[in-house]
Structure formats: structure tokens, C-alpha cells
Design a protein around this ligand. Structure first.
Ligand SMILES: NC(=O)c1ccc[n+]([C@@H]2O[C@H](COP(=O)([O-])OP(=O)(O)OC[C@H]3O[C@@H](n4cnc5c(N)ncnc54)[C@H](O)[C@@H]3O)[C@@H](O)[C@H]2O)c1
Length: 252
């Protein structure tokens, strides 16, 4: 049990990649603190985990709200006394809206969920990790955080910014025993919503990119990499941008 006695926080754990990540860490013996805005999916998951003997706490909340992020990390502290691993996975899409079609609400909301929420949870957890000279953060980016033709302007901006936040954190805290990396998934078979009616222009750009996608991936294929990067076997991986896309970006 590689992760026995490790406390892992996963945001957006109710479905898709986050749920697969929670189940993968549970099999490896971790204790889990799971966040999601959807309380029902969280309840279902924590019930399933409890049946299988995993210690798991579900904390319903909106990752775009600072107080909810602090409550999530606070629940980890009060329940288990520590956080060893933080997986920032919660994210939403932006209807593939190019700048000229982008409304203020979508711009602000996508950045609040995909970027600010990551900042809030990281800031809440880092002092605990520094105090123990140990901790690992894995952020979930996207191929849209590397290239310009995979999503709309807000999503693309949020995921590019996450690369910078990840690298800066990796460098700043390397000597204090922390690691911070970003996983860059390609197309993964989850229920992620487009966020509403897609832009015609934006969707046509995505369709062109999809023609070069070798295949879509399963959430478990991403979760396995998240687990590895969080493990002691990956102790020398820090500040890395890890593409998990079946070779999609390599074709670009
Ligand atoms: N599916 C893909 O093809 C793909 C590709 C690249 C990157 N990603 C990234 O992977 C991550 C997970 O995506 P997924 O495909 O598993 O999507 P998903 O929609 O299946 O899961 C996302 C989870 O985040 C939760 N969530 C949404 N908004 C939230 C909020 N404000 N506060 C708290 N929780 C919230 C949702 O309820 C959901 O359970 C996202 O960051 C996404 O950008 C996905």
C-alpha cells in the first residue's frame, strides 16, 4: 500500500478524471478529502469508498470561492491533521468562445474556477507542507494550456496560466521539500460539459484539431499518471509539464 497514511485532497472529485483519481488513490491505501460543487456525486463516491474500507471525507463547495477552498483544506487538517498531496482537478469549459464573442461572465467564471481556485487551495495548503518539509501538488492542465486551438479564449488562458503557476511554485519551494507538477490531458472520455451552446467559429477550430487526435483516453489513464507523479518514485520530477494525450500534441 504505497500511499498508506498519506492524505490526498482531490478537487472536482465527483466525476470524470477526479473520480478516477480518488478511486486510484483509494486502491493505493490513501486517506481522501474530496471536494466538488455537486454534493450528490460526492455523497455517492464517499459511500462507495467507505464500503471498500477507505477513509474519505466529502466537502461540498465551489472551488471559485476562497472560503470554500479554505474549508476544504481545513477539513483535511481537522480530520487527518495534514495534507500530503493536493490534486487540483476541478475545471469547466467555455463553449469554445473566441475573444470577440466572449462575455464578461464566462471570462470571469472560467478563470475563477480553473485558475483562481487552484491558487486558493495551493495557498491554503502550502504552509502545512512547508511545516513538514514535504508535499506534492499536481495541477490538471490541458492541451489547451500548451496550444491555442483546443478551446475558447477563457479556458485556453486559464490553462496556460496554470502552467506558469505550477512552474513558479515548483521553483519557489523546491528547497523546502515540495514538488509541483502539471498534467496535460488530451481528449478524455468524461462527462465534461461544453458549458452551453458552443461558438460556431470556436467549434470549427476544435474540429480541425480533433482530426489530428490519435485517440481519446480513459479517465483511469490520466489517474494512473497523477498517482505516479504524486508518488515517491517521482521524487525528482518537479515543475514538469506532463503530456498525457496519446501523442496528440506531438503531431502539432
Ligand atoms: N475531459 C477532457 O477531455 C479533458 C481534457 C483536458 C483537460 N481536462 C481537465 O480535467 C479536469 C477534469 O475534467 P473532467 O473531464 O473530469 O470533467 P468532469 O466535468 O467530468 O469533472 C469535473 C468535476 O469538477 C466539478 N466542478 C465543476 N465546477 C466546480 C466548482 N466551481 N467547484 C467545485 N467543483 C467543480 C464538477 O462537478 C465535476 O465533478 C478539468 O480541469 C479539465 O479542464 C479534461
Amino acid at each position: 500500500m504505497e500511499f498508506e497514511n498519506r492524505v490526498v485532497v482531490v478537487t472536482g472529485a465527483g466525476s470524470g478524471i477526479g473520480k478516477a483519481t480518488a478511486l486510484t488513490f483509494a486502491k493505493a491505501g490513501a486517506k481522501l478529502v474530496l471536494g466538488d460543487i455537486d454534493g450528490n456525486s460526492l455523497k455517492e463516491l464517499t459511500t462507495l469508498l467507505a464500503k471498500n474500507g477507505t477513509q474519505a471525507v466529502g466537502v461540498q463547495g465551489d472551488i471559485s470561492k476562497e472560503e470554500d477552498c479554505e474549508a476544504l483544506i481545513g477539513a483535511a487538517r481537522s480530520t487527518f491533521g495534514q495534507v500530503d498531496i493536493l490534486i487540483n482537478n476541478a475545471g469547466i469549459m467555455d463553449r469554445f468562445l473566441p475573444v470577440g464573442e466572449l462575455d464578461n461572465y464566462t471570462w470571469k467564471h472560467v478563470l475563477a474556477v480553473n485558475l483562481e481556485g487552484v491558487f486558493f487551495t495551493m495557498r491554503a495548503v502550502i504552509p502545512m507542507m512547508i511545516a513538514r518539509s514535504s508535499g506534492t501538488i499536481v495541477n490538471i492542465g490541458s492541451v489547451a494550456g500548451i496550444g491555442g486551438g483546443y478551446a475558447g479564449a477563457a479556458y485556453t488562458t486559464s490553462k496556460h496560466a496554470l502552467v506558469g503557476l505550477t512552474k513558479n511554485t515548483a521553483v519557489m519551494y523546491a528547497k523546502q521539500g515540495l514538488r509541483c507538477n502539471i498534467i496535460v490531458p488530451g481528449g478524455v472520455e468524461t462527462g465534461i460539459s461544453l458549458g452551453g451552446n458552443p461558438s460556431e467559429l470556436g467549434y470549427s477550430v476544435l474540429e480541425a484539431a480533433l482530426k489530428t487526435m490519435p485517440r481519446s483516453g480513459k479517465a483511469e489513464e490520466v489517474a494512473n499518471v497523477i498517482l505516479f507523479v504524486s508518488s515517491d518514485k517521482a521524487s525528482f520530477i518537479n515543475g514538469a509539464v506532463i503530456e498525457v494525450d496519446g501523442g496528440w500534441l506531438a503531431q502539432g
